[in-house]
Design a protein around this ligand. Structure first.
Ligand code: GLP
Length: 249
C-alpha cells in the first residue's frame, strides 16, 4: 500500500486525477470504478479539463459507480446518477452504454444487485477503483459491519452517514434515504487497483483508524490494506492524526 501525503487538497486532487488519466491512457479499454462525494468533485473537474484540452479520451472507457440511494432516480438532483452526469458524464465523451450506476428505483433491488455484479464480470472486472471514505470508515456505502467478502447489495445507512450526507438534503438527516445499493467490500477488493482519496481535518481520525487500526469488518476501509495495489492520497490535514510508521535507517 502506498500512502502519498500532499501539502494541500489541490495537490491531492491533481495527483489523483493524474493517476486516473494515466490509467485511461495506458489501457485499451479501461474499466473505472467511480465514486461520489465532495472530494471527487475536484478530481472530476480536473479530468474534464484534460478532456476539454484534448489530452484525455473517454470513448473506450467503461465505468461502474460504487453506490446509489434507494428510491432516487436519475432525474432526482440528489441521486448519484445525477451527480455523475453533472460532474463528469455530461462533459466527456463516454458512451452512454459504457456508464453503469446502480439503479436506485429498480423494481427488484436484489436482481439489480446481481445484475450489477454480472455486468462488472462481463466487462472483465474493474481496472481502477476510485474511493472516498465516510466518517463511519465506509468505502462505497459499506457501513459497519460489512463482511470483506460482501457483494453488491442493499444496505441500511448508518445514522452518522445520513447526518454526514445531509447537506444535499436541506441539512435534514431524516430526508436522506435510509437505504442504498452498494458494491460490496469483496467487489471492491477485486478491482485490479484501488485509489482512495481523503482531504481535510474532518477525515483525520478515520484515516488513522483505517491505516493503523485492526483490520476488521467494523471499518470497511481497513480492507484496503489487504489489496496489493492500493494507493491512498491524503493532504496534510487528513494525515494529521496518522501515526506514520517510523522508517529506521
Ligand atoms: C458518500 C459516498 C462514499 C464517499 C463519501 C465521502 O457517503 N457513498 O462513497 O466516500 O460520501 O464523501 P465526501 O467526499 O463528501 O467526504
Amino acid at each position: 500500500m502506498d500512502v502519498i501525503v500532499t501539502d494541500n487538497p489541490a495537490q491531492a486532487f491533481h495527483r489523483a486525477a493524474d493517476m486516473i488519466a494515466t490509467e485511461i491512457r495506458a489501457i485499451r479499454k479501461p474499466v473505472l470504478g467511480l465514486a461520489t462525494g465532495r472530494t471527487m468533485e475536484s478530481i472530476y473537474r480536473l479530468l474534464v479539463r484534460q478532456h476539454k484540452a484534448g489530452t484525455l479520451d473517454f470513448s473506450s472507457t467503461t465505468s461502474f459507480n460504487l453506490d446509489e440511494y434507494v428510491g432516487l432516480g436519475p432525474e432526482n438532483p440528489n441521486s448519484y446518477r445525477h451527480y455523475m452526469q453533472e460532474h463528469l458524464f455530461a462533459h466527456v465523451n463516454m458512451r452512454l452504454s459504457g456508464i453503469h450506476v446502480p439503479d436506485g428505483i429498480a423494481p427488484d433491488l436484489d436482481a439489480e444487485c446481481t445484475g450489477y455484479e454480472a455486468a462488472i464480470r462481463a466487462s472483465n472486472g474493474i481496472d481502477l477503483q476510485l474511493l472516498g471514505i465516510g466518517e463511519t470508515g465506509h468505502i462505497g456505502f459499506n457501513e459497519p459491519p460489512s463482511a470483506f467478502d460482501s457483494r453488491t447489495r442493499v444496505v441500511e445507512l448508518d445514522a452518522i452517514t445520513r447526518r454526514q450526507n445531509s447537506g444535499m438534503f436541506g441539512n435534514d438527516p431524516e430526508r436522506v434515504p435510509s437505504r442504498a445499493l452498494t458494491m460490496g467490500v469483496g467487489t471492491i477488493l477485486e478491482a485490479r487497483r484501488l485509489l482512495l482519496v481523503a482531504v481535510g481535518a474532518g477525515k483525520a481520525s478515520i484515516i488513522n483508524e483505517a491505516l493503523n487500526g485492526p483490520i476488521c469488518e467494523n471499518v470497511s476501509a481497513t480492507a484496503i490494506r489487504l489489496h496489493d495495489k492500493a494507493t491512498i492520497i491524503l493532504d496534510e490535514a487528513a494525515a494529521s492524526l496518522w501515526k506514520r510508521p517510523t522508517i529506521r535507517p
